[in-house]
Design a binder for this molecule. Structure first.
Ligand code: ADP
Length: 168
């Protein structure tokens, strides 16, 4: 079985991520979405919320029988590859500057674990402008970022829950 890991912050998982995942599932039999836990970067959504949003975003693909797993990891991605024995990483590219940045990381990962190769998947034009940062900015400015999310994900609900908790 051909397997890949799709690592990222996914804060939150967007339509852009879903687009990359769709393409990855055409290349690989199984894709593991790995949420990188970064102790120095807290992010907007906590890990459980990110997991929930991803599970809502991919429910339709799982219902179609696609093999997708979601996990959380800390530390080096190359190390995760070693532990899981999965040697392909999938990363999305939006603009050309993404490649400059991603290629350095891909080379570093290969140096750490020579079995690891990174497969770059370019964003489809209509999704190229979507990023987690845009979603967070829209939410923080009081807007609804629903159009940037997978169908059925009510991101405003997640965000409002957070705001309510903050003032508890
Ligand atoms: P990270 O903080 O590790 O970059 P992200 O969650 O921001 O994590 O992104 C994870 C991966 O998804 C990255 O490879 C990123 O380039 C890709 N990605 C994010 N949004 C898009 C998009 N709209 N189109 C294509 N790839 C995307």
């Amino acid at each position: 079985m051909k397997e890949a890991i799709f690592p990222g912050s996914f804060d939150p998982f967007t339509l852009g991520h879903l687009n990359v995942l769709d393409s990855a599932l055409m290349l690989f039999d199984k894709v593991t979405i790995a949420i990188g836990k970064n102790s120095t970067k807290k992010g907007l959504f906590d890990i459980n919320e990110r997991l929930e949003i991803i599970n809502e975003s991919i429910a339709h693909l799982k219902a179609q029988g696609k093999k997708i797993e979601v996990c959380v990891y800390e530390g080096m991605t190359a190390e995760l590859c070693k532990q899981t024995n999965i040697n392909f990483l999938v990363r999305g590219l939006r603009v050309s500057s993404d490649f400059e940045f991603e290629n350095v990381i891909a080379q570093a990962n290969q140096k750490i674990n020579p079995n690891v190769s990174t497969i770059f998947i370019p964003a489809s034009g209509e999704y190229a402008f979507i990023s987690s940062t845009v979603v967070r900015d829209v939410l923080n400015s009081g807007g609804d970022a629903k159009i940037f999310m997978a169908p059925g994900v009510d991101i405003k609900k997640y965000f409002n829950q957070k705001t309510v908790h903050k003032h508890d």
